[in-house]
Design a protein around this ligand. Sequence first.
Ligand code: AHR
Length: 349
Amino acid sequence: MRFLVKKRLLLLALVFSTMLACACGNNHKASNLTVDKERIIIGFSQVGAESDWRYANTNSMKEALSLSNGYELIFDDGQQKQSNQITAIRKFIQQEVDYIVLAPVTESGWDTVLQEAKDANIPVILVDRMVDVKDDSLFTCWVGSDFELEAKKVTAWLKQYCDNEEINPEEVHIVNIQGNIGASAQIGRTKGIEDACKEYGWDLVDEVCGDFTQAKGREVMKEFLKQYDNINVVYCENDNEAFGAIEAIEDAGIKVGSDIKNGEIMVLSFDGVNKTALEYVKEGKISCIGECNPDHGPRVRSIIDTLHMGGKPEKLQYVNESLFVSGSNITSLIVDGQVYPITEITDEE
Ligand code: AHR
């Protein structure tokens, strides 16, 4: 029944789009409405455009789920607001898309709208961040990063660095510029640094949200430097915050770098998507970046293809990630008994 109604709607949309294209000659607008009955229609609710990682992720999704690949992607930018994302999902349900892909801004608050999608028989694929729902049948599967593991690797690197340089734990004074509160990336990365500070005896001076943006990262770091005079490590929960923090540190006349014994402030970060961030690693401005891989488009596409052919994709799909460093003579790390490789950024990169 749902199938029949949907086909009728698609036919109507096709007729309407053709009329519109003839009437106004605007191919770009009209092409959004042109629906091929054979195409797989996907509604994608993206968090926003807060970071370079996010741009890369959006591009990856758009490229993989393109018209030429046989998909129609209805893209919605949630502008970092959960209410916008909920509205987008409700629209996708009304439009009777074949699949909903959701990159949730925060983990909580999704039960009701995901139940609506389930009632409408539309599979929901989560990408990047996770949701915290009572019933995990409300989503079909998830693909993304292990954010806590990323943090464990970065903090294991810092521990190894301090051991090599004979820096005592009580001499390590860390501020944390957090991502937007309640996002999986913030939850995992904040837990990682808090646990490490407890375990290794480092001083966690303060933690404030930097929204994953450069502007907020700069603002937060500027305030930290006004309030505390002992900071020697800034742990930024993404590279855009790190860019802002570096600006604030340099504006204050302090050098960024790993030589914390001689007054430098060490910058640690996550993502490694932007070329400048990797350039900064090479220059020593960022000491270590925990990789966060944004290329989920092909992964989501393969999940959709599996579902479309009646298959059952794995419920939780973690991506493999590395650590980007330069010249610290640390070549691998052991976290939870497992050895992880490190990517040395050199001139050939
Ligand atoms: O959820 C992934 C995180 O979100 C990335 O680390 C960050 O840059 C983005 O905004």
